[in-house]
Design a protein around this ligand. Structure first.
Ligand code: C2E
Ligand code: CA
Ligand code: CA
Length: 745
């Protein structure tokens, strides 16, 4: 027999299910009567009867009081056959009140039985206490009793289901909202299985089938895949419906998906969820016991709701796709990469895999010079090279402007294979253009690391690579990570130090050797942390340089130093200069000259009061712009000193071309003079050289009189060092000046 309406198809197979009666809970019926004969008669009348396929279990009470005691102990009473007149004329009616109002047993059906018609309760009492039926004892023949009980039990059963359904629906509503917010269709579909199972009261075992994403509607049977599976069906996940070797599953699912309707069989239920005219999905739930009395209307509501939510999920997935894809290159973006990595980690698939982030060298310049169209075309080409140059299963993402990430087996995804993608010049708009990239490489598989952490590590390595020059690659290591963490802590603290004025300047005198006269002072930066610790400048200045923090700091300390100089000059040293260290980062900053001029203006200092100390390393990024700035500084009237001379890698040709006034011989050479080793020979050579170039020579790090004499003899005009004065605070320096008014021998 096939009874069908639009949404439900009931299939009745001929399977005999009587053996299952034993599995089912009997209906519990409580007989309450003070007449033992009635108990006997009822027991006799109902013996061996099945109602809705289940046996009956009779419980007996002989008074209202006994009945209430029993009801407090026993649950799941389907029906109470209740005598009206017992201890009192209305004992039965009072009992009903207690059952409904105090015991809150609302589903249990109550049939009143009375000896005489005159004892009938009022109609409103029947309504108020939800009394199911009212019969005189003489009326209740065996047959009548059976039909009355059947009606009552059916009604009880429905009430129970409604209760369960209401709970089920509440669960679905809250669960759905959560699914939509957090998870995709698959998780949602798993939830659907659980919900249907609880709705019909079976264990959650089943599958959900939907058309695979690539297929277009209208769908063919081969398009359907298992998107969720629970219980014994777990292994079917992702299988194509037509490949499943189990007719019991395929049959109803195919039927449901093709007919766009639900199929209910004795031991399975397959619900169809219609998302649109020709799109939907189906959930198959198996039951080890026969499924009975499925509330059609409720199932329909359920299906409609689920379908609606599924549609919402589609919408969310679409939005999410947007959030996951880089539109310009149609590649996964950074968010997607994080997910991908986390998924690999969760599945334990990350071992032996490598993440490489790559960043094109000088891409900003390409954009600036050749235009954005050209830049975009180049990026597309890079994506193509990566796709074609690396194995097909390599995961490729675009992280930002000109940085990409690739993930794959370390055997295939490594520095050589990625660099090989850049081996030949790119051809963009018919122009050949060599392009290089720096790589940061991370081996996945560190315990407890997350996707985000791997990406961070890769960028740390990338940064290292960038600092090593074009086309470099660096693999991340614990050491690199540690140094980076220290650096970033230092940088954070340094920012704070700036705000909290933990930074200050000290001044070290520079003297003329022949006369002992003070000719100038060098401003040296100090950082005293809250705990009193003095962070060595050699540690924090590189950090300030790399972060660019030095630029702001530099203009600030220029002014402070010039203000201090004014006090020194006013104290009787009108010709002193102030030497300020300027790092290459500052010097290259466009507007550096303006910063100097502004500091001079603000402090009303003459340009000649200022000396800029640079090291040979300024030459690394190209000499021309540096020469230009230094020339202009000198034209303004300021002087230039070349610091740490001899330690850098610069050559004589640099020295010749750098516009400078003073040469500061590094203290390592100066101090070696006492030992007369190789360094001392170099010192002699450098001093001779500086004189040749007509530069004033200043010896750094003179710590005693002997060295002072030696450098004088070698032709140094000036010196600086602990022997003359240590770096001092402004106040200390002023005092020092008073003491050394007449010069130092
Ligand atoms: P530098 O410019 O070569 O500074 C001279 C360094 O030698 C200073 O170290 C000074 O304290 C030290 N010194 C001076 N006389 C003697 C001596 O007789 N014996 C010995 N052993 N050392 C002596 P400091 O202050 O630790 O500075 C280290 C470096 O930090 C400086 O080397 C400079 O490169 C950098 N620096 C310091 N202040 C600034 C600044 O304001 N801006 C920039 N960009 N760099 C700075
Ligand atoms: Ca210096
Ligand atoms: Ca120096």
């Amino acid at each position: 027999m096939v009874a069908s309406n639009d949404d439900l198809v009931f299939l009745d197979d001929s399977e005999d299910d009587s053996e299952d009666v034993a599995d089912l809970q009997p209906w519990r019926v409580l007989v309450v009567d003070d007449d033992q004969d009635v108990h006997e008669a009822t027991r006799f009348g109902l013996a061996h009867l099945l109602i809705l396929g289940r046996r009956l279990e009779l419980l007996h009470a002989h008074s209202a009081r006994e009945a209430l005691e029993l009801l407090q102990r026993e649950g799941h009473i389907a029906v109470i056959l209740l005598d009206v007149v017992m201890e009192s004329d209305d004992a039965g009616l009072r009992t009903v009140g207690v059952i409904r109002e105090q015991l809150k047993m609302l589903n249990t059906r109550i049939i009143l039985r009375t000896g005489q018609p005159g004892q009938a309760p009022e109609a409103d009492t029947i309504a108020r206490y939800d009394i199911n039926d009212y019969k005189t004892k003489s009326e209740l023949t065996q047959n009548k009793l059976f039909t009355t009980l059947t009606a009552a039990i059916r009604s009880y059963d429905q009430l129970l289901r409604l209760d369960a359904n209401r709970r089920g629906l509440e669960k679905i509503v809250s669960a759905s909202n959560q699914f939509i917010a957090e998870k995709g269709l698959r998780t949602f579909a798993e939830g659907v299985i659980t919900q249907i199972a609880s709705l019909i009261g079976v264990a959650p075992e089943g599958v959900v089938c939907a058309a695979s994403e690539e297929s277009t509607s209208p769908h063919l049977p081969g398009d359907f895949r298992v998107i969720a599976a629970a219980g014994d069906f777990r292994d079917l996940i992702q299988q194509r419906l037509q490949d499943i070797d189990n007719p019991a599953i395929i049959g109803p699912l195919m039927q449901s998906l093709e007919s766009h309707s639900s199929v209910i069989q004795p031991r399975s239920i397959t619900l169809y969820f219609r998302k649109s005219e020709d799109e939907g999905f189906a959930a198959y739930i198996a039951s080890s016991t026969p499924i009975r009395h499925v509330d059609e209307e409720l199932l329909q509501i359920f299906c409609t709701n689920i379908a609606l939510w599924a549609k919402n999920i589609d919408l969310v997935s679409e939005l999410r796709r947007d959030a996951f894809v880089d539109r310009q290159l149609s590649l996964p973006n950074r968010t997607a990469l994080v997910y991908e990595l986390n998924e690999r980690i969760q599945a334990g698939r990350e071992k032996g895999q490598c993440l490489v982030v790559l960043d094109l060298d000088q891409f900003a310049a390409v954009n600036d010079v050749l235009g954005h169209d050209h830049g975009d075309a180049l990026l597309r080409e890079v994506a193509k090279r990566l796709r074609e140059g690396l194995p097909p299963d390599t995961y490729i993402a675009r992280l930002s402007g000109d940085s990409f990430a690739v993930v794959g087996s370390c055997d295939a995804v490594h520095r050589d294979s990625v660099q090989a993608c850049f081996a030949t010049p790119f051809v963009i708009h018919e122009a050949r253009q060599p392009v290089s990239a720096c790589l940061g490489i991370v081996r996945l598989g560190t315990p407890n690391a997350s996707g985000i952490e791997y990406i961070k590590d890769a960028f740390v390595a990338l940064k290292r690579a960038k600092s090593q020059g074009l086309g470099s690659a660096v693999e991340f290591s614990q050491d690199i990570g540690l140094q980076e963490r220290e650096r970033s802590h230092l940088l954070r603290d340094l920012r704070m130090a700036l705000d909290e004025s933990q930074l200050f300047l000290t001044y070290q005198p520079q003297v003329e050797l022949a006369t002992g006269r003070v000719v100038g002072a060098e401003a040296l930066l100090r950082w005293r942390r809250d705990d009193g610790y003095l962070v060595p400048p050699d540690r924090f200045i590189p950090v300030a340089e790399q972060s660019g923090l030095i630029v702001g700091m530099g203009s600030w300390l220029l002014q402070i130093a010039l203000l201090a100089l004014q006090r020194f000059r006013a104290a009787g040293f009108p010709n002193m200069h102030m030497a300020v260290n300027v790092s290459p980062v500052q010097l290259r900053q466009t507007g550096f000259l303006a910063v100097v001029q502004e500091a001079l203006r603000q402090t009303q200092s003459e340009a000649s009061a200022l000396e800029i100390e640079i090291t040979e390393s300024v030459a690394v990024g190209g000499l021309e712009p540096v020469i230009d700035i230094l020339t202009r500084l000198r034209e303004m009237g300021s002087t230039v000193a070349i610091d740490d001379f001899g330690t850098g890698y610069s050559s004589l040709s640099y020295l010749e071309r750098l516009p400078a006034d003073r040469l500061k011989i590094d203290r390592s050479f100066v101090q070696s003079l006492e030992r007369d080793d190789n360094g001392s020979r170099i010192a002699r050579t450098i001093i001779a050289l500086g004189r040749e170039l007509d530069l004033t020579i200043l010896a750094e790090g003179v710590e005693n009189e002997t060295v002072g004499r030696l450098v004088t003899a070698l032709g140094c005009a000036e010196a600086q060092g602990y022997h003359y004065g240590r770096p001092m605070s402004e106040e200390q320096f002023l005092e020092w000046l008073q003491v050394h008014q007449k010069g130092i021998a």
